[in-house]
Design a protein around this ligand. Structure first.
Ligand code: SF4
Ligand code: SF4
Length: 232
């Protein structure tokens, strides 16, 4: 998908054949000079392309893109934006698949492997983390848990609905920040019940059984060597 550091589509460049250029990502120095300021800067900062840079689009990139000669009137900047958007979507989809596959109600998950870390604000105003099985999820958007109505977690949520969920392994770390609510309606309880709940509750009708529904507001996702942050 990514064809250059600056956003130029090397595959569509006339110089590729004319100058026998292997493309920006495959060469150490450009055919037209000793170095390219953008390529050097991007590579020194450890980015694959400028769209990953917090300073994007910087003055150097803009000057190059809007130059009278050899400029492209911002096209390469737009390409960087498009690549960044696609990368973000792909990583969110990957994270969603991971979460969905780990919930207790999924085909591959079970309550013992569905563990996530849930942090809530305690009575002293500090975040307090504990582990809990994820009952179900709608990818990175929503995650549900079950607990007892008399549990500390419910008391904390009643005082502050701010929460954070972390799902991780050796290969990824997904941290979500958002709000959480306690649900006790019969339909939600029925829909959320999973094999394993019977270890804690007599049945779906158990008055102590309730559902915690977490809704994501912002995320920080790290999978393999890719990392993104954003809001939903
Ligand atoms: S202008 Fe620089 S960064 Fe852009 S494609 Fe050419 S060598 Fe790569
Ligand atoms: S946007 Fe500018 S500062 Fe950022 S990597 Fe590209 S050239 Fe360097």
């Amino acid at each position: 998908m990514i064809e250059s550091r600056c956003g130029i589509m090397c595959s569509r460049c006339d110089y590729r054949e004319k100058m026998n250029c292997a493309g920006c990502l495959n060469i150490d120095k450009p055919f037209w000079g000793d170095s390219c300021d953008v390529k050097t800067c991007c590579e020194e900062r450890g980015y694959k392309y400028c769209g990953q840079c917090p300073d994007f689009p910087c003055e150097t990139l803009k000057a190059m893109s809007y130059a009278d000669e050899e400029g492209d009137n911002g096209e390469r900047i737009e390409n960087c934006r498009m690549w960044a958007k696609k990368e973000k979507q792909m990583l969110i989809e990957k994270a969603s698949k991971i979460i969905n596959s780990r919930t207790a109600s999924s085909e591959t998950g079970n309550w013992e492997t569905a563990i996530a870390i849930l942090a809530l604000i305690d009575d002293n105003g500090f975040p307090t983390a504990s582990t809990l099985s994820m009952a179900g999820a709608d990818g990175v958007n929503e995650i549900s848990f079950v607990t007892g109505l008399g549990a500390n977690k419910v008391n904390r949520i009643n005082k502050s609905n701010k929460a954070s969920v972390c799902i991780n392994s050796g290969h990824y770390n997904i941290t979500l920040v958002g709000i959480i609510e306690v649900l006790t309606d019969a339909q939600t309880k029925k829909d959320t019940w999973y094999e394993g709940c019977e270890h804690h509750f007599t049945s779906v009708e158990d008055p102590n059984y309730c559902v915690l529904k977490f809704t994501t507001k912002r995320y920080c996702i790290y999978i393999g060597d890719e990392e993104i942050e954003g809001t939903l």
